[in-house]
Design a protein around this ligand. Structure first.
Ligand SMILES: Cc1cc2nc3c(=O)[nH]c(=O)nc-3n(C[C@H](O)[C@H](O)[C@H](O)COP(=O)(O)OP(=O)(O)OC[C@H]3O[C@@H](n4cnc5c(N)ncnc54)[C@H](O)[C@@H]3O)c2cc1C
Length: 383
């Protein structure tokens, strides 16, 4: 097996590296939840898009470069190494965008380029107060008329709602059908009358999620993706893309490890047991890298990630938490006062708690383990 990059990939890597070196802002952008931070991140996304780097693996007609999954992984490795800003349109880029490429009508695919320039920001309306892991129990109703759907119900934990212009949502359009069959996947413009976000105030005073109330929200039938009643299959495509997001590259975890280790006081860092632990994390990240390379090779051959996405999701989310727990234990009480500039977080604690959240979103790790048990190991289904 030859794991070296081809000549073509090497020259692509050099192009990306040079562009990032010349363009990545010297100071970190303001937090994306603020007006200023949003404007700065959008400006950055537009520069990426103008350079043809917003989504190199997307087809040219949708604003990409038509490169393969391996090239996208090379791009993200460079992106992380360069310390470039967090991506703004994550849910468009990583979730609904690829879903529309697979299931969308030509008209729906016209929405794709604006995801890359972040003229449109997307949020996800899947979870409900009584439908999280058991998503197929969702109760938001969609009454189907001659040429439109009228939607009533409530969603919860809607991230990235603040500047969102579109929602991709699951609604029950056939209450008589078996629960996985009566669901439709609908695209809802946020400015439709009856759409209301109510921010959820968190313990730390942030409000990163909202409750989403949909009251007599009417959208045209042409906004249904993949056909009426076919929403479960379309949603599985979205969730698979979310779990195997190429933002979770091994380079990202190497960076988390390096930055976390840098926070440990030097005397402790040189302790042989500490060095041993760091070495083990390094090995684990490399093993994860090989696993992602295997998936990428399959995707490049046109195969779908399938249950492997669940294995990757459990691996990256728990590995990151263990690295951060290790750094916190090394710092002990000093962790409270030493706030490191870890990527995407203001300090070690915030980064740690965000990593705990990753065990829950994109389908909780318990659910991923059920999927691995049933579909990879062939064990009996849970009751
Ligand atoms: C940071 C973050 C961002 C999110 N953003 C969004 C968003 O933008 N849009 C959106 O729609 N949702 C979002 N969610 C919601 C997320 O999808 C749900 O939290 C998740 O699906 C779990 O559902 P729940 O919270 O209702 O927990 P529950 O389903 O009530 O689960 C509670 C616990 O029971 C376990 N459990 C449940 N069923 C089983 C089973 N069969 N076997 C074993 N264990 C089980 C779960 O693993 C979990 O530990 C987000 C969540 C987080 C943490």
């Amino acid at each position: 097996m030859d794991l070296r990059l081809s000549g073509e990939l090497l020259s692509f890597r050099d192009e990306v590296r040079t562009w990032l070196r010349d363009n990545v802002p010297e100071r970190p952008l303001a937090p994306v939840t603020t007006e200023r931070g949003f404007a700065e991140h959008r400006e950055w996304e537009r520069r990426l898009a103008a350079a043809g780097l917003a989504a190199v693996h997307w087809p040219v007609e949708h604003g990409g470069r038509g490169l393969d999954a391996l090239s996208a992984s090379v791009f993200y490795d460079e992106y992380v190494r360069a310390g470039a800003p967090d991506r703004l349109g994550r849910l468009g880029l990583g979730l609904v965008g690829p879903t529309l490429m697979e299931w969308g009508t030509p008209r729906q695919r016209e929405l794709l380029p604006a995801m890359l320039t972040c003229d449109d920001i997307w949020c996800q309306g899947f979870s409900e107060p009584d439908a999280g892991s058991d998503l197929a129990s969702l109760r938001t109703r969609g009454e189907v008329g001659t040429d439109s759907i009228r939607i009533n119900g409530q969603k919860v934990w809607t991230s990235h709602f603040r500047f969102a212009t579109w929602i991709f949502a699951l609604v029950r359009t056939d209450p008589e059908a078996p629960k996985h069959r009566g669901i439709s996947y609908v695209l809802i413009p946020c400015d439709t009358p009856g759409v209301e976000f109510r921010p959820i105030r968190q313990m730390n005073d942030d409000a990163e999620f909202a409750e989403l109330f949909l009251t007599d929200v009417e959208v045209p039938l042409e906004n249904v993706v993949g056909g009426l009643g076919n929403g479960w299959k379309v949603a599985m495509s979205t969730l698979t893309h979310e779990r195997s997001s190429n933002l979770n590259t091994a380079a990202h975890f190497h960076r988390v490890l390096r930055d976390a280790v840098a926070l440990i006081p030097e005397a402790r860092r040189n302790d042989s047991l500490v060095r041993y632990e760091v070495g083990r994390f390094h090995e684990e990240i490399e093993a994860y890298r090989f696993m992602t390379l295997r998936t990428l090779t399959e995707v490049s051959k046109g195969e779908k990630p399938g249950p492997q996405a669940s294995m990757g999701k459990v691996w990256w989310s728990e590995l990151q938490t263990r690295i951060l727990e290790f750094a916190l234990s090394m710092l002990a009480s000093e962790a409270e006062v030493r706030s490191g500039g870890l990527p995407g977080a203001t300090n070690l604690f915030k980064h740690y708690w965000m990593s705990r959240a990753s065990h829950i979103y994109a389908g909780s790790n318990e659910i991923q383990r059920n999927i691995i048990a049933e579909r990879v190991l062939g064990l009996p289904r849970s009751a």
